[in-house]
Ligand binder design. Structure first.
Ligand code: SF4
Length: 405
């Protein structure tokens, strides 16, 4: 079934893929990225083994989220912080609003993060008439802001800490000067132990930007202690579900929750390389977005993303935590068919196709003209105006062969 999102995706993709300037920018950026990553990866003594270990660590965490999340909460509380559980984006925004209202906060500094984009923090704060500063030309203003809002790259269960990694230094401004720090993190960001950062930080840096280690790496364990000179008076972590437990419930696809958001699969993907991130119309684009978004935001509305893949497997090959992305995209397609979400046209096509190819007699019954008409009838709309539909020969190979021998 075609949703409004899928129509928008098709139209944005068809447009973006044929803008030469867009393609040039994408090609240049990806080439630079590839160069940097190729130079950084040989720094690992045994990359394959490290990736397997990272996969295993995330597997353990995701299979034990019900125990490890309360561990994180208990340890973060011990450190003097406060934990808030949010079922969805609206709840998360509501909690942020309550914290800011209670503290009479008027200005907020915010570091770039996908999760704040996911829950629409900027728009929400503007509606509340709270000034949001998010640009590093404004550094002097950071010093006076009432609250700082960040994401979190990792939640560390055994120490009750969050880990943040960045190149600009803005996160440190957001978390050091304001009297309140609110960190928002998807529940899948959990790792079991502080020691695991020794694996995840280098994997994230190399696969994310080709650096051996990102410039600024911070571990924050609650608000400022008595003997400390900086840090917030209050620190909150909002643990966000927002559809993640729906993905967790899918045994075949829950690996999508292992993602550390390095972006490597995006840069490797032939679809993403042609259309870029905006065409996806979702917070998480590229192969990983195509895998998780149908679960987090609705199969009916977003299954088209799982279909927009060549299934070449390059995403799986480059993933530092070895998520079997292309296989899981197929699982999403399987689920959509089982839930009767494929279009009637597609259902009809496969019925006719499977009938036709089941017997030579059927294959040869229809001439090339009829076959070409059928291809046009089923595919013309989605084939786009820039490509020619495949053309079937007048006579099948079998007929031509029989005539020759
Ligand atoms: S799924 Fe993509 S973004 Fe996530 S860790 Fe793997 S390569 Fe990186």
């Amino acid at each position: 079934m075609s949703s409004a999102h899928s129509e928008e995706f098709l139209s944005a993709s068809a447009q973006k893929a044929f803008v030469p300037e867009h393609r040039q920018i994408m090609d240049y950026n990806i080439a630079q990225y590839n160069k940097a990553v190729a130079a950084a990866l040989p720094g690992f003594a045994n990359l394959e083994q490290l990736k397997r270990k990272a996969h295993l660590l995330k597997w353990k965490v995701i299979e034990n989220l019900d125990k490890l999340l309360p561990d994180f909460e208990a340890n973060f509380l011990k450190n003097g912080g406060k934990v808030i559980w949010a079922n969805d984006a609206a709840e998360a925004r509501d909690e942020i609003n309550k914290i800011l209202k209670k503290a009479n906060a008027r200005t907020v500094v915010k570091s770039k993060s996908m999760v704040t984009e996911e829950i629409g923090v900027d728009k929400f704060l503007q509606e509340q008439r709270i000034e949001v500063l998010a640009s590093d030309i404004l550094r002097e203003k950071y010093l006076q802001a009432d609250a700082g809002i960040t994401g979190a790259n990792f939640l560390i269960a055994d120490t009750g800490s969050i880990a943040l990694t960045e190149n600009e230094g803005n996160v440190r401004f957001c978390t050091t000067f304001p009297r309140i720090h609110i960190a928002i993190a998807g529940i899948e960001k959990l790792i079991a132990s502080l020691a695991d950062l020794a694996i995840f930080w280098p994997l994230l840096a190399t696969h994310g930007s080709g650096q051996q280690l990102t410039v600024y790496n911070s571990i924050l364990s609650g608000p400022r202690k008595q003997d400390e000179t900086d840090g917030p008076e209050e620190m909150y972590v909002i643990l966000l579900d927002n559809g993640r437990t729906d993905l967790l419930a899918q045994k075949d696809q829950r690996q999508g929750l292992y993602c550390i958001r390095c972006g490597a699969c995006l840069n490797a993907c032939p679809v993403y390389k042609h259309i870029g991130s905006n065409a996806f119309g979702t917070t998480y684009g590229g192969p990983i977005g195509s895998l998780i978004t149908p679960h987090q935001q609705g199969m009916e509305e977003f299954i088209h993303l799982s279909q927009a893949s060549s299934l070449c497997g390059k995403c799986t090959e480059v993933c530092p935590v070895k998520i079997d992305i292309q296989h899981m995209l197929l699982m999403n397609r399987r689920d959509a068919v089982q839930q009767n979400l494929s279009s009637k046209t597609e259902q009809w096509f496969w019925k006719i196709f499977s009938k036709m190819v089941s017997k030579r007699l059927w294959m040869d019954l229809m001439g090339g003209k009829m076959k070409n008409w059928l291809i046009g009838a089923f595919f013309k709309k989605h084939w786009g105006t820039h490509r020619k539909l495949p053309h079937v020969a007048k006579k099948s190979f079998s007929k031509q062969y029989r005539k020759k021998v």
